[in-house]
Ligand binder design. Structure first.
Ligand code: ATP
Length: 507
């Protein structure tokens, strides 16, 4: 029996589980995959849909002040000029001319190797949770291999955006280990371009949206004119976004095609934006807890003032402790009235709100909580994964893999299992229950193999409950055995109780 993986080493195990059980596959795998693109298998598609549905229900349907929309992925190219994406949605890119690999300059770290106060060479490493340690080891190796005598100074890591022009030819490429092949950083626009219509020229260039937010700003007037909304109110949307990330990594954490759930909450220009911003941070945190993320893995990061865009009043990210480090999960930005003003300017059409009380027109300000479905998906799996030793009736100990998913997001809510598959009366009763349950819930019917093995299969995909139809069900009181995933405890339950339990815990 091997030891369960440490949290920091969980990714390999999780990626393997996702593949084995049909949660996530590399896209176009039969052709070798395509870096930064993923497919969601039968269980993954259910889990993802549950995350979306929970968000939509809580954010839109259960609130009076928020409406949902769905806008097109390809919008008028002027949208992206107005939003600043054409000019400024760039990441600094460094090419390695020898290997043809590309790196994000702010993720490629280097340090001079300093021995007795003299620079004797350079080392480099890609960003990880132990970049400084790797650079220190690389510096020690550098000195040893060249048999340089003297005292090595502790390394001072910098990233490539901070490299001086004369340093660049001396920094080794992480791809080859040799200096001389890295280019100076240059701005790389991350929007995917495409052509609309049969003519291919500059006038037909359009973009796959890099965020869903601009759909809400561009449609602001339409929603105000038709939606019977009054300030403060929000417009929400779920949809695909595309970014030509230079280095997609960490599985589905940073991909090139992903899904966002964004909401623009419009407030009066004189409203207390800081209070509203805080309320939305708390709402988002509360929502993450409601789908089962543990509070211990969540934290907040306030973007420093000097790094904010000129129009931004403040941005706070809700961070999640992933196995590969603490990373942004949900960004909550106070964006002033920049976006609506820009669209008014670029379209030449006023975008204003008429306040009945004061009879004044103004451009509302906005608070924007923006989150990625795929990042939530990954966070949910990381937090849910457990391996534990269990002892069966015969005293044998074995490892069980269990995904402790919240019933709200679990892909299968309940598995229906006839105790024996060669007893027609048990099978008929189980199939009958299965038929009625599946009208409302995602359920799974399984009659193959020993009952213990069937429970394990459900544990591994995070099914919160199993019901077993046995002889007591058909010969006595009609009750089933309900087996609970986390405690593995079993009790008898009536059909109405089962429906009530699911109703209460799933939605
Ligand atoms: P990062 O700094 O990680 O690139 P960002 O600050 O550019 O993210 P936003 O533009 O604020 O991200 O996008 C809002 C949300 O969309 C992020 O908090 C994240 O959950 C999600 N997201 C952004 N880029 C990606 C990506 N490449 N893959 C998956 N999700 C993403």
């Amino acid at each position: 029996m091997s030891n369960p993986p440490e949290y920091a080493n969980l990714m390999e195990t999780l990626v393997a589980l996702c593949k084995r059980r049909g949660f996530v596959f590399p896209s176009s795998e039969i052709y070798g995959g395509l870096n930064g693109f993923f497919d969601y298998g039968p269980l993954g598609a259910e889990l993802k849909k549950n995350i979306r549905d929970c968000w939509w229900n809580d954010m839109v349907r259960r609130r009076e002040d928020i409406v949902g929309i769905e806008t097109s992925i390809i919008m008028h190219p002027k949208v992206w000029e107005a939003s600043g994406h054409v000019a400024g949605f760039t990441d600094p890119l460094v090419d390695c001319k020898a290997s043809k690999q590309r790196f994000r300059a702010d993720q490629l770290f280097f340090a001079p190797v300093i021995v007795d106060d003299a620079v004797v060479g350079y080392v480099s490493a890609l960003e990880s949770d132990r970049t400084a340690g790797e650079l220190q080891e690389a510096a020690e190796n550098f000195k040893r291999k060249r048999a340089i005598q003297g005292k090595l100074a502790p390394v001072q890591p910098r990233d490539m955006t901070e490299a001086k022009p004369e340093e660049i030819p001396l920094i080794p490429s992480p791809a080859t280990g040799e200096p001389g092949s890295l280019t100076p950083p240059r701005a790389f626009n991350m929007m995917f371009e495409t052509q609309v219509g049969a003519l291919r020229d500059a006038s037909s260039t359009a973009y796959l949206r890099p965020e869903t937010a601009q759909g809400m700003f561009a449609d602001f007037k339409n929603v105000v004119d038709t939606g019977r909304v009054k300030l403060p109110f929000g417009i929400a949307q779920i949809g695909k976004s595309f970014r030509n990330e230079i280095t997609p990594r960490n599985f589905i954490f940073r991909s090139r095609e992903f899904e966002q759930m964004e909401m623009e909450y419009f407030i009066h220009e004189d409203a207390d934006w800081a209070k509203c911003h805080r309320e939305w941070i708390d709402w988002c945190k509360g929502w993450l807890l409601s789908i089962g993320l543990p509070e211990s893995h969540l934290s907040e990061y306030d973007h420093p003032r000097e790094k904010l865009a000129f129009y931004s009043k403040g941005t706070t990210d809700i961070m999640f402790k992933y196995p590969f480090g603490v990373q942004e999960l949900w960004g909550i930005a106070a964006r002033g009235n920049y976006d609506l003003s820009q669209h008014a300017k670029f379209s030449g059409k006023p975008i204003e709100y008429f306040d009945e009380a004061t009879k004044k027109k103004f451009t509302p300000h906005v608070i924007e909580p923006a989150v990625g479905v795929d990042r939530i998906f990954l966070a949910v799996l990381c937090a849910a994964y457990a391996e534990e030793a269990v002892t069966d009736d015969k005293g044998n100990t074995e490892m069980r893999v269990v995904l402790r998913l919240s019933p709200r997001v679990a892909p299968v809510k309940v598995a229906v299992l006839p105790l024996l598959k060669n007893k027609p009366e048990l099978v008929a009763r189980a199939q009958d229950l299965h038929r009625r349950l599946k009208r409302k819930f995602a359920v799974f019917y399984d009659e193959g193999g020993a009952i213990g093995r069937r429970y394990r299969r459900q544990d591994e995909i995070g099914t919160p409950w199993c019901v077993t139809i046995d002889f007591d069900t058909i010969e006595k009181d009609g009750t089933f055995t309900l087996r609970e995933r986390d405690s593995m405890q079993q009790r008898r339950i009536r059909e109405e109780e089962l429906f009530a339990l699911l109703e209460d815990r799933v939605f």
